[in-house]
Design a protein around this ligand. Structure first.
Ligand SMILES: Nc1ncnc2c1ncn2[C@@H]1O[C@H](COP(=O)(O)OP(=O)(O)O)[C@@H](O)[C@H]1O
Ligand SMILES: [Mg+2]
Length: 300
């Protein structure tokens, strides 16, 4: 068996410019030698927000989903992650809410949750329209990839500033790689609750029940908030080919790949309970997504 190598922890020497967007404390770091920009983000205490970012990035790599790179990081005694900027010099990240506001003057750009106007069909249409202008940039298939990925990792936080487009120098727009997965894998659940969930006989408290209840921030045309699997199904009705592309990718993930990722997370970032819970969530969601593939995809 290959020797297990823990994920490295990048040491931050100086925190530079503060990033105001989002809710967590974060700073841009400019690294001269590598000519790059990295965002140092500090996960909240008593949560697994840091490992969730790194695990999500590693899983995204398994299925070739474009995602910002996340590594563990430390500044003095503060643990966090660094993510390499997905925006090059001369490029701009424009968030989803700006596009939604373009088609609806009253769109609540500064409200992040319980936004009934935040509809999945509308967002997918925005991406699909841009895809028609720049088809070789694969924005639509990647957007559907985000939604499938969110279902896989139980990420409920794909609000309208947690995705967007990169405006390139020549004026071209393409969907940005996925970022901000700090709400995935039930990483904010406390150990005592996790322990109970892992062994409970109460059907409403199992890992399966937890996954079943996972919701996206998106709404459907009946103003119902969409569950993570429901969102995939809805996209499947309009874009079956793109959905099946990702469902097939998910089916290639091995239990060993997942075990390996969680075993490589240093102990100072994750508890044993969190390791088990995250893997149980993934197993449950992989089963659900594989069943969906059987139901709707050809080649079955
Ligand atoms: N890797 C990245 N490259 C470029 N911009 C980023 C990157 N990660 C985050 N951002 C920007 O910073 C904002 C806040 O970061 P995010 O990870 O979403 O933090 P929070 O968890 O506090 O919401 C994002 O909405 C995005 O605009
Ligand atoms: Mg965010």
């Amino acid at each position: 068996m290959d020797e297990l190598v823990l994920f490295p922890i990048v040491e931050i020497k100086v925190k530079q410019e503060i990033e105001q967007l989002g809710t967590k404390e974060k700073y841009w770091i400019y690294c001269q030698e590598e000519k790059c920009k990295k965002l140092f983000k500090i996960g909240r205490p008593n949560t697994g927000e840091d490992w969730a970012e790194v695990a999500a990035y590693e899983i995204a790599k398994l299925i070739d989903l474009p995602a910002a790179k996340y590594e563990f990081a430390k500044y003095k005694n503060s643990l966090g992650t660094v993510s390499t900027s997905i925006v090059l010099d001369n490029e701009q990240l424009i968030h989803g809410n700006e596009f939604l506001a373009e088609i609806d003057n009253n769109y609540p750009v500064n409200k992040f949750y319980k936004v009934k106007e935040y509809r999945l069909d509308t967002a997918a249409k925005i991406v699909s329209d841009i895809d028609e202008q720049y088809p070789n940039l694969s924005s639509l298939v990647n957007f559907i990839g985000y939604i499938v990925f969110d279902c896989l990792i139980a990420n409920q936080d794909r609000h309208h500033e947690n995705w967007g487009f990169i405006l390139k120098q020549q004026g071209k727009l393409s969907l940005a790689p996925s970022y901000d997965h700090a709400a995935g894998f039930g990483c904010r659940e406390q150990d005592a609750k996790i322990a109970e969930r892992l062994v409970t006989k109460d059907k409403n408290f199992t890992v399966a029940a937890y996954c079943q209840r996972a919701k996206t921030p998106f709404y459907d045309k009946r103003s119902q908030r969409l569950g993570t699997l429901e969102a995939c199904k809805l996209l499947g009705s309009n874009y079956p080919e793109q959905l099946c592309y990702w469902l097939e990718k998910i089916a290639t993930i091995g239990t060993d790949d997942i075990r390996n990722i969680f075993a490589r997370i240093p102990n100072e970032f994750i508890s044993e309970k969190q390791r088990l819970f995250a893997q149980a969530i993934l197993k449950e969601n992989m089963t659900k997504l594989t069943a969906l593939k059987k139901e709707i995809c050809q080649n079955e």
